[in-house]
Design a protein around this ligand. Structure first.
Ligand code: UN1
Length: 564
């Protein structure tokens, strides 16, 4: 199908992604003639509200007491323009050890603080995030490249998980279990971990994913060290400044949330190998996650993994196509295809295939590519120049495998300041079902469309890949809903119906199966991973009966006998 044929008049309304909260205008015009220091200062004025200097390098390590960093200076780049937004002085492994020592010094005190008091601290942090939401959202947008609505929405996700954690701090429920022995009481208790928690996060959600971990881990009574992605270190510095202000003003232990910006080699690797880091929560690629998993397992630590997704969506013949097309657009184009949950593989029933492809083409045509800080932009840049290369090689590979580019397929050349940006066209490629490119997750706005003859074929193709994060089915049939969500349905951690693959709420456990790593973060009972679980049996009788009816040495001979 050609692009012209792909454009049909069915698209009734513009596709706008807007955060649910009001968005303040951050920039005015994108017609600046040259990037003079003054205009740049004005464009990034929101940094001042976050205590970030555009000219003086930020220290990238915080042990709660002081900010330092003796590693190299790292320039933080706006992927839409190539401008340097600021500089962060990275930490070394020596700096890392200093931060861990600070955490160890206050670990026990924090673990003994009542959970609802820990919750109050997280409540205050959430409140401060609310006050700084617009500025933080703008920084996320400028440094990561996602559009402003999504940057602000990401901070909202952090606020939401803080609220969730506050409530949780008054439950953290264990259970009472009936004992088979008279005068005995059994219960499960959850205590803080003995060791520290290390959080290694990715560039694409530089704020929310950290908070999924730290908000929950804090109320669970743990001390935490964060190693953010190198390219989003400014967001990390800004967020930890917010947290540290709250902790210091409230007289709380400042080393419960430490930060070490740095490279994976210098800091990440040391963290993963460090016996004192009992839980490593890692978000990133499957390749690196495999390594993290092996190293942490080798020292019998706990690894919580959030790795690659290769998410599929089925549009069945009985689907509401309006909803399905809107969900397709947000899933595949939102965050320029750089969510773990982004839609990569669209399976469309042959009965509605032509119509869906037409509507999708029309919807894509309405997407404005541009500066993510500009209102109206729906697709910002990809995060790095390497991602542009990946885009080009992926499109070439897909074509080689018989793919037909329906929409996009090229690098997008920005004007003015945007000339320095990493832009590509959101792309739709029609693929034969057998193509091997369908098996790989490329973190770019490329979506493959495959025609299917039945729901069963769609489910089989959805499950055929090694990853298992998110999936969606559009249908109006109740029996299909139960087939899809049941044992013969999607094998993913997120199984949606009539909503897209991305944009999960914080209340559910977030994560995926198979090569996505089996981790669950955020809501539901994900908190249990941040705690040490004990089964406690308490004898309040004057006897010592053994379980399973065993009599052991009761007659003084030391011989045991199993009772009938
Ligand atoms: C990620 O891409 O790493 O469900 C997290 C979503 C967001 C979180 C994505 N709430 O798309």
């Amino acid at each position: 199908m050609s692009i012209a044929a792909a454009v049909t008049p069915h698209c009734r309304r513009p596709f706008l992604f807007t955060a649910t909260r009001a968005i303040t205008r951050i920039t005015n015009s994108r017609t600046m003639s040259s990037s003079t220091t003054t205009s740049q200062m004005e464009r990034y004025a929101f940094l001042a509200e976050l205590g970030i200097s555009q000219t003086i390098p930020q220290k990238g390590v915080c042990d709660g007491h002081t900010w330092y960093g003796s590693g190299p200076q790292h320039q933080q780049i706006n992927p839409a323009t190539g401008e340097v937004i600021g500089t962060v002085q990275f930490g070394t492994s020596k700096d890392y050890h200093k931060a861990v020592s600070a955490m160890l010094a206050i670990k026990d005190k924090w673990a003994l603080t009542p959970a609802p008091i820990r919750g109050e601290v997280v409540r205050q942090i959430g409140q401060r995030l609310r006050e700084k939401q617009q500025a933080l959202g703008a920084l996320v947008s400028a440094e990561m490249g996602k559009i402003l609505a999504e940057g602000v929405g990401e901070v909202q996700e952090a606020i939401d998980i803080c609220d969730f954690a506050v409530g949780l701090s008054r439950s953290l429920n264990g259970s009472v279990i009936p004992s088979e022995r008279p005068g005995h009481f059994m219960m499960e208790r959850y205590n803080p971990l003995h060791g520290c928690v290390g959080i290694v996060s990715a560039f694409n959600f530089p704020c929310a994913v950290y908070f999924w971990n730290v908000a929950i881990s804090l109320i669970c009574g743990n001390v935490n060290l964060w190693k953010p992605a190198e390219t989003t270190s400014l967001v990390a510095v800004a967020l930890v400044k917010v947290i540290q202000d709250v902790l210091k003003e409230g007289g709380h232990d400042p080393a419960i949330a430490t930060l070490v910006c740095g490279t994976g080699k210098e800091v990440g690797e040391v963290l993963v190998q460090d016996q004192r880091i009992e839980l490593v929560s890692f978000t990133g690629s499957t390749a690196v996650g495999r390594h993290v998993n092996q190293v942490v397992a080798g020292r019998f630590g706990k690894a919580l993994l959030e790795l690659g997704g290769n998410n599929g969506m089925i549009i069945d013949k009985d689907a509401d196509l309006d909803l399905a097309v809107r969900a397709t657009l947000f899933g595949a184009v939102g965050t320029a295809g750089q969510r773990c949950t982004s839609l990569r593989r669209l399976f469309v029933h042959e009965a509605v295939y032509e119509e869906v492809v037409g509507r999708v083409g029309r919807a894509y045509a309405s997407v404005k590519i541009g500066d993510p800080l500009d209102r109206g932009t729906l697709c910002g840049p990809v995060h790095t120049a390497a991602a542009v290369e990946k885009f080009l090689s992926t499109v070439a590979e897909a074509k080689k495998e018989g793919g037909r580019v329906l929409v996009g397929g090229k690098v997008w050349e920005g004007k003015g300041l945007l000339k320095g940006g990493n832009f590509v066209e959101p792309t739709v490629i029609e693929m034969p079902a057998s193509a091997s490119v369908l098996e790989e997750e490329a973190f770019i706005p490329v979506m493959y469309v495959v025609k299917i003859a039945s729901l069963e074929e769609g489910i089989r193709m959805n499950n055929e890949v090694k990853q298992g994060l998110s999936s969606a089915l559009f249908t109006s049939s109740p029996s299909s809903v139960f087939e899809w969500t049941g044992p013969g349905g999607s094998d993913c951690g997120i199984v949606n119906v009539n909503i897209g693959t991305s944009g999960a709420e914080i209340g559910g456990a977030f994560g995926g199966n198979k090569e996505t790593g089996w981790g669950r973060e955020s809501g539901s009972d994900a908190w249990k991973q941040y705690m040490r679980r004990s089964t406690c049996t308490i004898n309040h009788s004057k006897e010592l009966p053994l379980a399973q009816g065993i009599e052991f040495g009761g007659n003084g001979t030391g011989e045991g006998k199993i009772m009938d």
